[in-house]
Write a protein that binds this ligand. Structure first.
Ligand code: PLP
Length: 357
């Protein structure tokens, strides 16, 4: 006899990018342009690696349970807000669902977007209500605010994954003000690549939390560190709901503190991303949605998402199919800004997709 597995796990689950090693072996490439996961192509800052290496000697000790060094470094770098930290922003999302949702509670998600909000909400027994975006992937403010009434948590990603488009700060403020006692979780994983700053809305609204991560700009995806700026009243409940030590390894926390001290590395990354984002949008023969992130969403119609991704794999380029994103038509791919040779190989490969039409 086996215990029954919960039915919410019958779905496909989180969809990962294809493995580059598999593509390299299959098509005989020495190296693959890894443009599927929005990682920092320059890698981690040397300062982050140095700090992580130094922390290894104390790996037999449990981490500081309040993550005080990391939170102090965040306050210094990003302002005097209340911070929570987690095992990636994904860990924070999961903890917040434990803070707010009983089985049957409603969670609102603006789609098409990052799939983990819905997966994690269903894991908590919540009912997920999706609100599709309108023309140009803009958020339908009225429909979103309506859906939020009576819900416990709402997820809005800006700049949005996979579209790359951003929601105006005034719109986020209007949503937060109209969604009553529902907590609005603003996913700012890519805000480091945008000129927008949503933090002023935090000062005005008690029901807003802004999630951020070390996985993208800081190049620490493998260390799994996320953080969020939250209203002060949330801190005690969050601490009780979180996995002990916030689920963060001491070595990872040290890497994050080291990374925060290396602004030259982040500035170089940002400048590279912005320059290439413009060039790819200009030179790509297919239309790209206006991006404020470190990736672009490309409309490859009349090709399907999966066909285009397979054609690019044959040229040694790994990008993300957008087929699995709900409420998105099946003719988009998402391409990260990589190193120079990776981006150049992408432009050549997508060009050959056109000439075969
Ligand atoms: C990458 C990403 C995250 C999460 O990152 P972690 O690696 O868990 O910190 C969260 N939201 C969006 C939209 C992302 O693309």
């Amino acid at each position: 006899m086996r215990p029954a597995i919960r039915p919410y796990l019958d779905g496909p689950g989180y969809v990962y990018a294809e493995r580059p090693e598999a593509i390299a072996a299959h098509y005989g490439f020495d190296r693959i342009a890894r443009l599927g996961s929005n990682e920092n192509p320059f890698g981690p800052s040397p300062a982050a690696l140095e700090a992580a290496t130094a922390a290894l000697a104390n790996a037999h000790r449990y981490p500081d349970e309040s993550m005080s060094a990391l939170r102090a470094a965040l306050r210094e770098r990003y302002g005097e807000y209340a911070y929570v930290v987690g095992n990636g922003m994904d860990g924070i999302i999961e903890t917040l669902l434990r803070v707010f949702c009983e089985a049957g509670d409603r969670v609102v998600v603006s789609t098409p977007t990052f799939s983990f909000y819905g997966i994690a909400a269903r894991g908590q027994g919540a009912r997920v209500v999706t609100v599709p975006r309108g023309p140009g992937f803009g958020v339908d403010l009225e429909a979103f605010a309506d859906a939020c009434r009576g819900a416990k948590l709402a997820f809005l990603c800006t700049p949005n994954n996979p579209t790359g488009t951003a929601t105006p700060v005034e719109d986020v403020r209007a949503i937060a003000e109209s969604c009553g006692d529902c907590l609005l979780f603003l996913d700012n994983a890519y805000v480091d690549f945008s000129d927008r700053d949503y933090r002023p809305v935090l000062d005005a609204c008690e029901n807003l939390a802004i999630g951020r991560t070390f996985s993208k700009l800081y190049g620490l995806a493998g260390f799994r560190v996320g953080y969020a700026q939250v209203p002060e009243w949330l801190l005690p409940a969050y601490a009780r709901a979180a996995t002990p030590f916030y689920g963060i390894a001491s070595v990872s926390a040290a890497a994050a503190v080291g990374a925060l001290g290396d602004e030259a590395h982040t500035e170089r990354t940002r400048a590279h991303v912005v320059a290439w984002r413009e060039r790819i949008a200009r030179e790509c023969p297919f239309p790209c949605a206006p991006s404020e992130a470190n990736f672009l969403m490309v409309d490859v119609a009349p090709h399907s998402s999966d066909d285009a991704v397979a054609a690019l794999a044959r040229e040694g380029v790994l990008v993300r199919s957008c087929r699995s994103f709900p409420d998105l038509a099946d003719h988009y791919l998402r391409v990260s800004v990589g190193t120079d040779w990776e981006n150049e190989r992408f432009l050549a490969a997508i060009g050959s997709l056109v000439s075969r039409d």
